[in-house]
Design a protein around this ligand. Structure first.
Ligand code: MCN
Length: 792
């Protein structure tokens, strides 16, 4: 059986192993875990965007039925616990480090956003804890709040952290300023565009949850939590917050129902639960209500940008200058500083030969929920900016948008951009050609004419995107300010009966790792996937791991498994050689059988596995018993998925109602392990991109700082009937820096799609720009102003 004949091997659309338990209600999520002695936590949250806490009176609440304990910031301070941290230090243009305001687990003397944590109430039941919270008297002294991103740096607005004047955490730059300014000065044409990247609120199906537990006998702590990276959570909670020593803290992230980045971070609630469990001597459980998720899960995006693109007389790009104000919210979340800097500015060359790029980013505090990575994290903002301005350039130079892109595509690799990234491989024209063919670009004018006859407006928009994922070479991120390495680990344990457990530091919370990782092992060892168990999400079981984000589990996590499998195969060959009395160089391993070259002597994988553990007659000192190998893999570069998404819309000018009539996504993910899973990832990502472009919007009241879009009644998530039937295609250039040739696919749809949609809508109605989300009301208003915008 060769790899291609293995129906469960690499390249096969194997059904997801894990789905049986998920769709039959047998998943084990944090909230499913109950123990007889458990208590329940509720967090009293700030109703103010900014206020001083004059006093907190918990006495009446302590007497309420069922209350076990109440904790405030003072209790945490008395225990000398550290605050929550940001794991990436960004340096400003003037050489000073970012100004990271203190982030206490529970507020001390100030609250900084609506939803900030004021007190933790522990009671016998959740409703008792929630009722008791109403009896806590907090005397607030409301202060002026800095809410709007556009005005938060003004000296007359509220100040979020005393040590960050004008609410500015950092003023970062990247690229070559002099060269970019010279390019703009010599340009034949300069395209200028102001863009807003709207604030998003992640909405994983499963809200965040935590159970803290403490064993008095052993002094061990256990935290069950909805984490994308349990080892990182353990590291932060032990090394920085100081909840417990690392070896006395076990973090388990069992089944997790989606994260999209929002469960990377280490939040106040899980920290408080595990710390307080030792105080009350009983497990403490907390599960967020959906309205709490809206208020306190880290939000995404939220940029204001001005961009200028310089072109010569032939439509060749000369340089790009970008100024961005990026909202960080009230506190720096775990990776908040990296998202609008190194995950954003480094992608501003796009798929293009861009001789000079200069980007400046002000990371600013506002009295709103923290903002951090959300599916794509920085790269959707970069793709939006560059693909919007390139499309605008096409319209304003009169060059067809596909042709303008083609004229500027990078065609030789490796390609060093002016903003750090070194693209190893790609074929941008191939994905553009394929997408144009699938959408029938040539037929667009006829379709537009038909729409016009029906009183409708039709538009088409391109997005030829590139992103950097597979985070990331540890040395590279370390040199840029990361506090952690971004390698991955794996251990392959072959049991005596020949089945296999793979312990991975990656974490699956919807991406299908239990299937795709098993497909890799099946291809390599020639055993069926039901004999392969993928173990993840438990710091007591898995050696260590950096977790899942930045579409890294395929290219980095699976590469670690490849390394471990190489070692397993090498050792198993040694054992087989011994058993068959042959030289190890003469042993081949294919389709699950070890064969002595040129003979009919062979042994099956299970026979060799058993022999590894019986170890009878192994030459002393030459072969160790057992068959279990581990590996750490540190990638040599990011992977660079790229492709072309094209969106076609039809708009009713009377109402602004917009239908996506066609959406084509052609992506290059290198080697694909499971096409069905990858297509699902693209579908999910594009759905989120459509949400951002047309529906979703995190809105705060500029004066009061109240979250206006704080429920599903106010924050519109895309539903199935909002989405078209996506047409997908793939091209392939294998990544040159990992053993499988894989590029990440988990975020591409969310990165690529918003500019394609907004390019299509602006094309249809003839305006330069429309702010996301392009709702029917906004589109209708833009149609009314179209002649005016066109004249500007
Ligand atoms: N894969 C493949 N071939 C490739 C690339 C990937 O078969 N060339 C498979 C992988 O083996 C894996 C899946 O596709 O099963 C996604 O792989 P990858 O692109 O490496 O992404 P990760 O597994 O690291 O997942 C993270 C990524 C991110 S960053 C976000 S955000 C996101 C996403 O995945 N969050 C998700 N997809 C999600 N899907 C679900 N259901 N839930 C989330 O929270």
């Amino acid at each position: 059986m060769t790899t291609s004949e293995n129906p469960e091997g690499i390249g096969q659309s194997v059904r997801r192993k894990e789905d049986f338990r998920f769709i039959t209600g047998n998943g084990h999520y944090t909230d499913d875990i109950n123990s007889p002695k458990q208590t329940h936590a509720y967090f009293l949250r700030s109703p103010h965007a900014h206020a001083k806490i004059k006093s907190i009176d918990i006495a009446p609440a302590l007497k309420a039925p069922g209350v076990v304990a109440i904790f405030t910031g003072a209790d945490i301070a008395a225990d000398k616990l550290g605050g929550l941290i940001c794991g990436w230090t960004v340096t400003s243009k003037d050489g000073t480090p970012m100004k990271a305001g203190a982030h206490p687990v529970l507020a001390l003397d100030t609250v900084r956003y609506v939803g900030d944590h004021v007190a933790m109430i522990v009671a016998e039941t959740f409703s008792q804890a929630k009722s008791a919270a109403e009896l806590i008297e907090v005397d607030y002294d409301a202060q002026p709040a800095a809410v709007a991103l556009s005005t938060c740096q003004s000296p007359s607005t509220g100040q979020v952290h005393a040590d960050a004047p004008r609410n500015t955490c950092f003023q970062w730059e990247l690229g070559n300023k002099a060269e970019t300014m010279a390019a703009l000065a010599s340009a034949h044409k300069i395209i200028k565009l102001d863009l807003t990247n709207n604030r998003l609120i992640p909405n994983a199906m499963e809200p965040r949850a935590a159970i803290g537990d403490y064993d008095k006998g052993t002094g061990n702590y256990t935290l069950h939590t909805t984490s994308q990276n349990p080892h990182v959570a353990r590291l932060v909670l032990s090394a920085f917050v100081g909840v417990a020593p690392e070896h006395k803290l076990r973090v388990i992230a069992p089944d997790v129902g989606g994260g999209f980045g929002s469960k990377i971070f280490i939040y106040a609630e899980e920290t408080a639960c595990v710390w307080a469990a030792a105080k009350v001597g009983r497990p403490i459980k907390w599960t967020a209500e959906r309205s709490e998720s809206f208020l306190s899960d880290a939000h995404g995006r939220d940029h204001l940008s001005h961009a200028e693109l310089a072109l010569d007389a032939n439509g060749k790009f000369l340089g790009l200058h970008v100024k961005t104000i990026a909202n960080l919210g009230a506190y720096l979340s775990t990776f908040a500083s990296a998202t609008p800097t190194y995950l954003y500015g480094t992608l501003l060359s796009g798929q293009y030969n861009m001789p000079a790029v200069y980007v400046e980013v002000d990371g600013v505090y506002t009295h709103t929920a923290p903002v951090d990575a959300y599916r794509g994290a920085g790269r959707p903002e970069a793709a939006y900016l560059i693909e919007r301005i390139v499309e605008t350039a096409a319209r304003e130079t009169g060059i067809d948008p596909a042709e303008l892109r083609r004229r500027n595509f990078i065609t030789s690799f490796p390609h060093q951009t002016p903003v750090i990234m070194n693209y190893d491989t790609g074929d941008f024209a191939a994905s553009l050609d394929k997408a144009m063919e699938i959408i029938d670009y040539k037929g667009f004018p006829a379709r537009k004419a038909t729409s016009a006859r029906n009183g409708k407006l039709r538009g088409i928009g391109f997005s030829t995107y590139i992103e950097a994922c597979g985070l990331a070479p540890s040395a590279a991120v370390g040199s840029l300010g990361a506090g952690v390495g971004l390698w991955e680990s794996a251990e392959v344990r072959v049991n005596p009966t020949g089945n296999v457990e793979v312990l991975t530091g990656s974490h699956s919370h919807g991406q299908g790792h239990e299937t795709t990782f098993a497909q890799l092992v099946s291809s390599r060892l020639g055993i069926p996937i039901d004999q392969i168990e993928i173990v993840h999400g438990d710091t007591d079981k898995v050696q260590f791991g950096m977790g899942t984000y930045g579409s890294r589990s395929g290219s980095v996590g699976m590469s670690a498994i490849v390394k471990a499998l190489d070692k397993v195969e090498a050792k198993a060959k040694k054992i087989a050689a011994h058993l068959m009395e042959a030289a190890v160089e003469d042993i081949t391993f294919e389709d699950g059988r070890f064969t002595v070259k040129g003979t009919d002597k062979s042994l099956g994988f299970a026979e060799v596995s058993l022999a590894a553990y019986t170890a009878h007659g192994f030459p002393a000192g030459e072969i160790e018993p057992g068959l279990k190998e581990g590996a750490f893999y540190d990638p040599a570069n990011f992977t660079f998925p790229s492709g072309c998404h094209i969106c076609e819309v039809e708009i009713d000018p009377e109402t602004g109602v917009t239908v996506i009539t066609n959406f084509v996504a052609v992506d290059d993910f290198g080697t694909i392990i499971n096409p069905m899973i990858v297509e699902g990832q693209v579908h999910g990502g594009v759905a989120q991109g459509i949400g951002q472009a047309m529906m979703e919007h995190g809105v705060y009241d500029d004066e009061s700082g109240q979250l206006i879009s704080g429920s599903f009644m106010d924050y519109t998530m895309p539903r199935a009937d909002d989405l078209p039937n996506f047409q997908l295609g793939f091209t392939k250039t294998e990544c040159l820096t990992n053993p499988l040739g894989m590029k990440g696919c988990g975020e591409a749809g969310a990165i690529a799609s918003p500019p394609a949609i907004i390019n299509a809508i602006t094309d249809a109605i003839g305006v330069r720009d429309i702010a996301m989300p392009a709702t029917p009301a906004r589109i209708w208003a833009a149609i009314q102003s179209a002649p005016k915008q066109a004249a500007e």
